[in-house]
Ligand binder design. Structure first.
Ligand SMILES: O=P(O)(O)OC[C@H]1O[C@H](O[C@H]2O[C@H](CO)[C@@H](O)[C@H](O)[C@H]2O)[C@H](O)[C@@H](O)[C@@H]1O
Length: 267
């Protein structure tokens, strides 16, 4: 994996700025720093301002693991071409299939039963999936083992982890990678940049993605680049915005507005 602050990383940003590029972002842990109480997750003001500028200059989309209804107010007033919830599994419009809702209900009951009141564990039941957060529990390893054992036996569940979280999604519904492919097929970008974290390998592996940028390096990741820390997402956004502004200046759309006029005229 290559740091985004490298010659190749700079070249990726410059290429994306000159191309028909789609920028796609994971939300929790990527655009917004992780916080203990999941309801408090929010972007820094600087990230929001930069994402707004990026959304004006490029088609941008957000792929959240949470409910779409939960993430929408968190990205309010950011011009986005699409917002996906539940790791790509939630439909962009309309209510989820009631059979899925019943299945999720049954999974939640099975998981709560095995947890048996374990302190600090939060079972987040979502529109089309579940996230069990165990960041605040003392016996993390034991909770993780018990959860994984039950979750893997649940019918129809795709089980995947993140940092101190176990996620369940219906296995026949789209993943972030599938949702990204469908969006790319709709918009026809030539370059797709996906910025995500350790729970986003299916998106990094997607055939739609030209370059994945992961939060933190990992030898097991399909992402080509990495950011050192969540706070570096601002620097990446700033570079994308600056490169696009330069590319627009140098291109055909606004040539007369760029730089000092060579002949001393008023351009
Ligand atoms: O795909 P993402 O947008 O990264 O969503 C992954 C999960 O994010 C949320 O949980 C995580 O973020 C919380 C806020 O920082 C944090 O408290 C929790 O420990 C993290 O696991 C969200 O609540 C889940 O529904 C998402 O699946």
């Amino acid at each position: 994996m290559t740091p985004i602050r490298s010659r190749e990383g700079v070249a990726l940003v410059e290429d994306a700025a000159r191309d028909r590029a789609l920028l796609a972002f994971d939300f929790d842990g990527t655009l917004a720093p992780h916080v203990e109480g999941r309801r408090a997750a929010t972007m820094r003001d600087s990230t929001r301002a930069l994402l707004r500028m990026a959304g004006i200059l490029y088609p941008c989309a957000v792929f959240s693991g949470g409910d779409r209804a939960d993430v929408l107010p968190r990205v309010a007033r950011v011009p986005l071409v699409a917002v996906f919830g539940n790791h790509g599994a939630e439909p962009e419009e309309g209510a989820p299939d009631p059979r899925i809702s019943r299945q999720v209900q049954a999974w939640a009951a099975a998981l709560r039963a095995v947890l048996d009141g374990a302190e600090g564990v939060d079972v987040e039941q979502k529109a089309v999936g579940i996230s069990v957060h165990y960041r605040r529990t003392l016996g993390r390893a034991d909770v993780q083992r018990r959860l994984l054992e039950v979750a893997s036996s649940l019918p129809g569940a795709r089980v995947f982890g993140g940092e101190a979280v176990l996620n369940l999604a219906p296995c026949d519904l789209p993943t972030k990678g599938n949702a990204l492919e469908a969006l790319a097929a709709r918009l026809g970008p030539r370059t797709v940049v996906f910025v995500g974290d350790d729970a986003d390998e299916d998106a990094f592996r997607s055939c739609a993605v030209t370059a994945g940028i992961r939060l933190g390096p990992s030898t097991a990741s399909a992402a080509r680049f990495y950011l050192r820390a969540q706070s570096d997402v601002d620097e990446l956004l700033r570079a994308l915005v600056a490169a696009r502004s330069r590319a627009a200046c140098l291109g055909e759309r606004w040539p007369q507005r760029c730089g000092a006029p060579k002949n001393g005229g008023d351009g």
